[in-house]
Design a protein around this ligand. Structure first.
Ligand SMILES: [Zn+2]
Length: 290
């Protein structure tokens, strides 16, 4: 992937790299990290787990200090990720205006080191990048991209861009009222049924990531290079629930899939990229996902 016209605006960017609480205590405690990690390995939404732990530990607001040693860490990854984030917003602003006849609201990108707080509870590097609908923010510890490379063998710039575009996709779902609809089902349907809905939600965010690639190329923001799509599809494969579960447990448990299988994630990302048409992205109406 090559930038043709990168938008470096920091208007919607909050840099929390290097920040830690004054006491040096981990926000939410080490428990959050462990619980979130277990949740992730089990294919659950780490969000739910973190929320629970946060309620247990209480939200301690502590004074923050900035560690100069890590305040500028991963600077190159930051510039890249911010560029992807801004371009995704530029793409979605157009789609909302032209195809959905409504106005797009920008989310905010937060980069942090090790841990931070969000309206959705404590965040830690171990749970990976996520979107919090409560504060319209996307949280990324940029070290995640090193992990993606090392542990999941998924590297390359379009692979990294895919991750950020997927999170912006969740923000789009928030704006379209899809996350609210999901929330209404919580606790009212069986866990298996809810997980199925969650898979559709995740696959739609993958579709939206593909849609971003298509439109960013069309709008002259990026150009693809040889092997880029394979990279992104490789990432989709690497972080599919079945792969993650096999990696952690040696076998997969389809009932607890919440992100979709590797094949499903690749399929929807590709569909978004190939069609570039938002109307093709209704994963909720796909009978093969029931
Ligand atoms: Zn997601």
């Amino acid at each position: 992937m090559k930038w043709i016209n990168r938008n470096d605006s920091s208007q919607n960017y909050e840099d929390r790299r290097g920040q830690r609480s004054k006491k040096g205590a981990a926000i939410g405690g080490i428990g959050v990290v462990i619980v979130a990690l277990i949740a992730l390995l089990l294919g659950q939404n780490p969000f739910d787990a973190v929320e629970t732990v946060n309620r247990m530990t209480g939200d301690q607001s502590t004074e923050m200090v900035v560690d100069p040693a890590t305040a500028k860490e991963n600077e190159e990854l930051k510039v890249f990720t911010l560029g992807v984030f801004n371009s995704a917003n530029d793409v979605w602003r157009e789609i909302f205006k032209d195809q959905l006849n409504t106005e797009y609201e920008d989310p905010i990108l937060v980069t942090y080191t090790d841990q931070t707080t969000s309206a959705c509870g404590g965040a830690s590097a171990q749970i990976g990048p996520f979107y919090c609908p409560g504060d319209y923010r996307i949280y990324i510890d940029l070290d995640f991209f090193h992990q993606l490379d090392k542990e999941f063998n998924a590297s390359g710039d379009l692979a990294m861009a895919y991750v950020t575009a997927h999170e912006v996709g969740h923000h789009v779902q928030r704006l379209l009222g899809i996350l609210d609809q999901m929330q209404q089902y919580r606790g009212k349907i069986s866990e298996t049924e809810y997980n199925k809905l969650n898979v559709k939600l995740e696959l739609q965010a993958d579709f939206f990531a593909g849609l971003w690639v298509n439109n960013a190329v069309k709008m002259g923001i990026i150009a693809l290079e040889e092997g880029d799509l394979e990279e992104a599809l490789g990432t989709a494969n690497a972080i599919g629930d079945d792969t993650l579960q096999k990696k952690s447990m040696g076998y997969s448990v389809p009932d607890s899939f919440t992100h979709g299988t590797s094949a499903q994630r690749s399929y929807w990302f590709k569909k978004g990229y190939q069609t570039g048409d938002i109307n093709q992205g209704n994963t909720f109406n796909d009978p093969s996902l029931n």
